[in-house]
Design a protein around this ligand. Structure first.
Ligand SMILES: *Cc1c(COP(=O)(O)O)cnc(C)c1O
Length: 820
């Protein structure tokens, strides 16, 4: 792997000594007794020593220069392993590889010892991680604020084909080598209690919150290392601890266990990440997590602001706070409370600051994902915040009355408070009203936000709604995960592209070059072999790298339609066995996905795919043409070996329901051809690579809406299409669950009698046709090579560096600051 100019002073002998020192003093192992894991920990600590120094230096220089910065607030950061990526950013990959070799170790093996910090569910958390990488790479001053969950997203295994969840203790017993605790940054957070009125010295009547309990927030920093520069930004994760280890009164009463109860309960606040993706569960503890996250983060932002000698009035000049979805919305009333109750600003002065500080990113139109909290729950846990939310709404309703006099229907629709048996606070409405910028995450999605979700808000606040199309960091998602392709690209267009991804377009002129095509396909083959070896070693399934590797990796969700993919597989199974003239190129269908533990149908789909896999992988009648692999425990480090090995990228959500997708970008960048609907960023990928280099199928957004309006009739498709009928009916047999018919029929039921809410049946025939086209085109390797090369060449737009520049130019208005 070629690295660019190393950005850190590196002395190999010194580094080796540091590794050995940590091995002995931090991990209590000798070089003779150390196993691979201890060596990884020691190497990680030795590197973290370097990055922590740079983090403090960056912090110091930015404070001195007192520059404007962005604070990225997210309940999730799905960062994945840090060691390999940080080595690349530090420009030390080769040097450290050589150093550890002299210690008798292999760097690639050591990197495999790191457990993924899985502090997120899927795309939303991964986006936050890519954005931190791109902020640091381009030196736009930033702090990421998240939660230090003791357990990240559950780890997944399969038993008899069923998903089994186990806790994910990502830090291990020894702790995570890259994190550093910052005790001096601790915060105290109130909860529950009441609001009282008092008169201050000036005779003004004031309100203040008197919490009934407090918990302590402890800051842990993870270093976000800037690629090819000297900046290191903090990803600051808050851990909740109880204020006092013991309740002394109880302890002296002899109630030893009860005395520690407070600690246990407070520890619970950041104990575990909620495992839902695109679904709001509305649990009390989740609201507590959200408030804890916001209270610690806002307090820390203000601490930095004042430490640099600034006045509260200048907050909006120096700080922007980006809310990653509505999860951190409670930060808005929290800042208002501090401005009014603690800094004694009047409402208008406080609002003038707050409404210029916050910006909000919308990630979904799915109604079940739009957060609403019951008013009574907020009033109980955060009584002063509820008062402030009411006041924001009251003033907003006055505005609505001015714009649409006497129109109660519009008021009901736009109000932050939803009336009903139990009044609810609509967090998205609170965000749109209280921020200076709202953005969707792909062009189509942002249009739908304007047109369907918030049309009146768009009229009321013209210019507030933006688009920022998502992106992915090319450092992790090409340079690190695909060294073979990296080397080939370097040879053709030089080594600047990881920081300037548009330069990949320089590859387009080699798309027809036979020699280049051969080498590009050889790299793909090597990557397929690397993954096939992994599957052989870990799952005992043998894969043929001449087959088409067809990949769908993402959270399991009905709207993502893994069951459409499954129906296609069943149709191939049916045709191979029943159509004498049917022929197909060998195909391996690769799935990876976690289902939320409470999502029954999603778990049924996993079970069905696993059962179908068992059968087809061992059915000699299929002549090895069809294989299905469901890789357990989908996570960033698994994506890093699957994506470079993919020929086909499945992006098949019901049009209008996937806000952007970023898996689609990673896969196209690594040369997989997309089969996809006109949804999310697929639309823009098609624009970039050209219609000939992508396989688009299915209903368009407005066709979906029309069909839903007119009443979608699944049985119409069932009766009209014999292949669909045969595929669906296989789910009612015991073909895949010998002796147990009906074990897979829940999916068929949902699609036929359940009304097929995601229009799987409506898109089936067109999907099958698109796959036939893929089959034909793959057989012509020169054509396929051209298309796959052009995919890599033409997706430079989807670098998260470009996303961040869009935010910087249109929303945050930051200047880059180069750290010396
Ligand atoms: C990129 C990524 C996602 C998002 O995938 P989509 O296909 O956009 O839903 C989810 N999980 C992991 C581990 C990822 O790397």
């Amino acid at each position: 792997m070629t690295t660019r100019g190393q950005t850190q002073q590196f002395d190999k002998a010194l580094f080796k000594a540091s590794v050995e020192k940590h091995l002995v003093t931090t991990y209590a192992k000798t070089p003779e007794t150390a196993d691979s894991r201890s060596w990884y920990l020691a190497v990680g600590k030795a590197l973290a020593e370097i990055s922590t120094g740079s983090l403090l230096e960056t912090e110091k220089q930015l404070a001195e220069q007192n520059v404007r910065s962005v604070n990225y607030l997210s309940l999730e950061f799905l960062i994945g392993r840090l060691t390999g990526n940080n080595l690349i950013s530090m420009g030390l990959y080769e040097e450290v590889s050589a150093a550890v070799e002299e210690l008798g170790l292999n760097l690639t093996d050591l990197l495999e010892e790191e457990r993924d910090p899985a502090l997120g569910n899927g795309g939303l958390g991964r986006l936050a991680a890519c954005f931190m990488d791109s902020l640091a790479a381009q030196e736009y001053p930033a702090v990421g604020y998240g939660l230090h969950y003791e357990y990240g997203l559950f780890s997944q295994s399969f038993e008899g084909g069923h998903q089994v969840e186990a806790p994910d203790a990502w830090r291990g017993i020894e702790g995570y080598p890259w994190e550093v605790v910052r005790p001096e940054l601790g915060q105290t957070v109130g909860l529950f209690g009441s609001v009282e009125t008092y008169t201050d010295k000036a005779g003004t009547i004031c309100r203040r919150w008197v919490p009934a309990m407090t918990v302590e927030g402890v800051a842990w920093d993870l270093p976000i290392v800037g690629y090819d520069n000297k900046s290191v930004y903090p990803l600051r994760l808050w851990e909740c601890r109880s204020p006092a280890p013991f309740n002394l009164a109880r302890f002296n009463d002899g109630d030893y266990v009860g005395a520690q109860y407070g600690q246990l309960e407070a520890g619970n606040v950041t104990k575990v990440l909620y495992p839902n993706d695109n679904h709001d569960q509305g649990k009390t503890l989740r609201l507590m997590q959200q408030y804890f996250h916001c209270a610690c983060s806002i307090a820390d932002i203000l601490r930095r602001h004042f430490a640099a000698g600034n006045k509260i009035e200048d907050l909006a000049k120096l700080e922007s706070i980006q809310l990653n979805d509505t999860h951190p919305t409670i930060a808005i009333p929290e800042l208002m409370r501090i401005l009014i109750d603690e800094h004694k600003l009047g409402w208008d002065a406080a609002w003038a600051i707050s409404s210029k500080v916050f910006a909000y990113t919308n990630h979904t139109l799915l109604p079940e994902a739009l957060e609403r909290w019951s008013e009574s729950l907020i009033a109980d846990m955060l009584p002063r915040h509820m008062e402030i939310i009411f006041e924001i709404n009251h003033r907003f309703m006055t505005l609505v009355e001015e714009k649409w006099p006497g129109n109660n229907e519009i008021k009901r629709k736009l109000s932050i408070i939803e009336e009903g048996q139990q009044r609810m606070v609509r967090m998205a409405n609170l965000c749109v009203v209280s921020t200076y910028a709202v953005n969707g995450v792909a062009a189509l999605h942002s249009e739908l936000v304007k047109r369907d979700l918030f049309p009146e808000f768009n009229e009321l606040f013209p210019g507030r709604l933006h688009n920022v199309t998502n992106g992915v960091t090319p450092r992790r998602w090409l340079k690190f995960c695909n060294p073979g392709l990296t080397e080939l690209v370097n040879e053709k267009i030089g080594t600047e592209w990881p920081a300037k991804l548009d330069q990949l377009s320089g590859l387009a002129k080699f798309a027809e070059d036979k020699k280049f095509q051969k080498r590009y396909l050889a790299v793909k083959k090597d990557n397929k072999q690397r993954f096939a070896d992994w599957v052989q070693d870990n799952m005992g399934i043998e894969l043929d790298t001449n087959a088409i590797f067809d990949v769908q990796i993402k959270r399991l969700h009905e709207y993502k339609r893994q069951h459409l993919n499954l129906l296609h597989i069943l149709s191939l199974y049916h045709r191979l066995l029943n159509e004498p003239t049917f022929d197909m190129h060998p195909r391996v269908f690769i799935f990876a996905a976690k289902a939320a533990p409470g999502y029954a149908l999603a778990k049924d789909i996993i079970f069905a795919i696993n059962k179908v896999a068992d059968k087809v992988n061992n059915d000699p009648r299929l002549g090895g043409k069809l294989k299905v692999v469901f890789v357990p425990d989908y996570r960033v480090s698994l994506a890093e070996i699957i994506i470079p090995a993919a020929d086909v990228s499945e992006q098949i959500s019901t049009a209008g329901l996937e806000a952007s997708g970023t898996g689609n970008m990673k896969l196209a960048l690594n040369g997989a051809l997309t089969i996809g609907t006109m949804d999310g960023a697929n639309v823009e990928i098609r624009e970039e690579v050209g219609d000939e280099n992508i396989f688009i199928f299915g209903l368009l957004v407005d066709e979906v809406l029309k069909q839903k309006e007119e009443g979608h009739d699944p049985y119409r498709y069932y009766h009209a299409d014999s292949l669909l009928r045969a595929s669906l009916d296989l789910l009612n047999t015991d073909e895949f669950t010998p002796g147990n018919p009906g074990q897979l029929s829940a999916i068929r039921q949902n699609l036929l009698d359940g009304g097929d809410p995601y229009l799987v049946l409506a898109d089936f025939a067109d999907y099958v046709k698109a796959h036939e086209k893929i089959d034909a085109e793959y057989r012509d390797q020169a054509t396929w090579a051209r298309k796959t090369i052009l995919n890599t060449a033409l997706v430079g737009k989807f670098s998260s560096d470009r996303s961040i520049r869009d935010y910087v130019n249109n929303i945050w208005k930051l200047k880059a600051v180069s750290v010396k």
